[in-house]
Design a protein around this ligand. Structure first.
Ligand code: ADP
Ligand code: ZN
Length: 210
């Protein structure tokens, strides 16, 4: 089963993608996490991506599509995968089709912009393994420390308020058109993001039928 998660930055799509990944035993593939890893390791893709990411702009298609192609060719992705943060433009969605990738379902986690802005300040990410947390909705057991590894749970540079607004604008301009793209293909389901993570998970599982 090949799934896509759509949703604004901070909608909680990555968190839900992780739950579905466990339930269906297929890997979650987050282009955001892969790009942050590439930046950390100073790879050519990371060097190409860094300035865009820091500004909250989309990384050029050729870089992201290259990373994605390599990732879905790996063994663990042959029985299905969950894309989190890709495609983010109609061009990227078309590139997926051109690769011959069949998408079973695109799940949109819908959260109004006002809620997104209120939530973003609390968002944290592990600087070592990429696990995501939230001060209020998904706190770490020990403040500032990742539950999964030795890393620190820190605020992302692109989570400051000005950058969040510009990422939201980009989302509406570039990524929201994907709703029509997948809805025209009969593949879109929308889940309303709830206040409690577990409630959104229940609705997400219902939408996917798992
Ligand atoms: P969020 O969902 O919170 O916006 P992500 O971790 O998915 O965060 O992405 C972080 C940043 O990585 C984006 O702002 C963008 O610069 C870059 N990025 C991630 N995925 C893509 C993509 N598919 N196309 C272009 N840029 C991307
Ligand atoms: Zn960690």
């Amino acid at each position: 089963m090949n799934l896509i998660f759509l949703g604004a930055p901070g909608s909680g799509k990555g968190t839900q993608a992780e739950f579905v990944s466990e339930k269906k035993s297929i890997p979650p593939i987050s282009t955001g996490n892969m790009l942050r890893e590439a930046v950390k390791n100073g790879t050519p893709a990371g060097l190409a991506a860094k300035e865009y990411m820091d500004r909250g702009d989309l990384v050029p298609d050729e870089t992201v599509i290259g990373i994605l192609k390599e990732r879905i060719a790996k063994d663990d992705a042959q029985n299905g995968f969950i894309l989190d943060g890709f495609p983010r433009t109609v061009e990227q969605a078309k590139a997926l089709e051109d690769m011959g990738v069949n998408i079973d379902l695109a799940v949109e986690i819908y959260v109004p912009d006002e809620r997104i802005c209120a939530r973003m300040g609390g968002r944290r990410v592990c600087d070592a393994c990429g696990a995501s947390y939230h001060l209020e909705y998904k706190p770490t057991a020990v403040e500032g420390k990742c539950d999964a590894c030795e890393g620190n749970a820190v605020q992302r540079v692109d989570d400051k308020p000005e950058t969040v607004l510009s990422r939201l604008k980009t989302y509406h301009e570039k990524t929201a058109p994907l709703r029509d793209f997948y809805s025209e293909r009969g593949k879109l389901k929308t889940v309303e993001g709830q206040e409690e993570i577990a409630d959104t998970t229940r609705l997400t599982f219902e939408a996917i039928g798992c």
